[in-house]
Design a protein around this ligand. Structure first.
Ligand code: SAM
Length: 273
């Protein structure tokens, strides 16, 4: 058994939160997603693996471009949403599987893509080696992962505010997690080690939408995995004060179209020789 902690999280509160807020996450990432799809260069008939497909958004978009798609994910609650969204559609399937170790077969896919689903492996090299095995020769990889915390205002700003009330140390500790692929040298090392070539690691800067207004954005952040874990150790009145301070800090970012903060990701492409 590998990735046990991640499997527990994504099948527990974290996965359930994503599942019940699937539309919110999609709206949050709406400016980033088209870059991934363009880089993936999906052609009708392509066989596509969506790594850590979650609630199925990118798998459905790939299927909409004529691909035959397998979405693979650890999370039962998120896959339930994905299957519901894909009901009645041909050419798309979702399997509960650990991409690091699951046997997808050899030389099956033309493309492996992922929107922020590749940063949670215990052993990234083993995971990408497994993905490479499943790609046909000439097959492509395209994914998004986050740059470092300080480049991501949508996390750094809330963290600074919450840090006035709670212990935020350990948020960027090494190991699987949101920022595990932040260093491009490490990313390239993993891709090359997994047998992929021609790695492109391009910076992507786009705003992300956290909510309709400051209060809903603060509420969304406060219940998401990162801040829920930090605030879980605090008494209720501290959580209340931290949430109020976060709401106040987000007010200047409120626009008629919601609360937008800056984000920074890597848009990564590579192929199997
Ligand atoms: C940040 S979410 C992104 C979900 C989806 N790609 C999206 O953009 O909405 C990360 C996803 O990766 C999945 N995941 C993490 N580790 C995994 C693994 N070893 N195998 C398969 N899926 C995994 C999680 O269950 C979760 O759905």
């Amino acid at each position: 058994m590998v990735n046990e902690d991640e499997a527990r999280d994504w099948n527990g509160e974290t996965g359930r939160y994503w599942a019940t807020h699937a539309e919110h996450y999609d709206a949050m990432l709406a400016r980033l997603t088209p870059h991934l799809l363009d880089a993936a260069g999906i052609r009708p008939g392509d066989r596509v693996l969506d790594i850590g497909c979650g609630c199925g958004t990118t798998a459905l978009l790939a299927a909409g471009r004529g691909a035959r798609v397998l979405g693979a994910d650890l999370s039962g609650p998120m896959l339930a949403v994905a299957r519901e969204r894909a009901a009645g559609r041909d050419g798309i399937r979702f399997d509960q599987a650990d991409v690091q170790v699951h046997d997808f077969g050899a030389e099956v896919f033309d493309l492996a893509l992922s929107r922020f689903g590749v940063m949670f492996f215990d052993d990234p090299l083993a995971a990408f080696t497994n993905v490479t095995r499943a790609l046909r020769p000439g097959g492509r990889v395209a994914f998004l992962c986050w740059r470092e915390l300080r480049e991501n205002q949508h996390r750094a700003l809330p963290l600074d505010v919450i840090g006035r009330y709670a212990d935020t140390s350990g948020v960027t500790s090494p190991g699987p997690g949101m920022f595990s692929f932040a260093r491009p040298e490490y990313l390239r090392e993993v891709l090359t080690g997994a047998g992929l070539t021609g790695a492109g690691v391009d910076e992507l800067r786009e705003p992300v939408r956290l909510g309709a207004d400051a209060a809903s954005a603060a509420d969304f952040l406060r219940h998401g995995a990162m801040f829920r874990a930090i605030l879980a150790r605090c008494p209720a009145d501290t959580v209340e004060r931290a949430t109020a301070a976060l709401t106040e800090a987000l007010v200047p970012y409120q626009t008629p179209d919601g609360v937008w903060l800056e984000s920074a990701a890597w848009l990564v492409t590579a192929r199997k020789p």
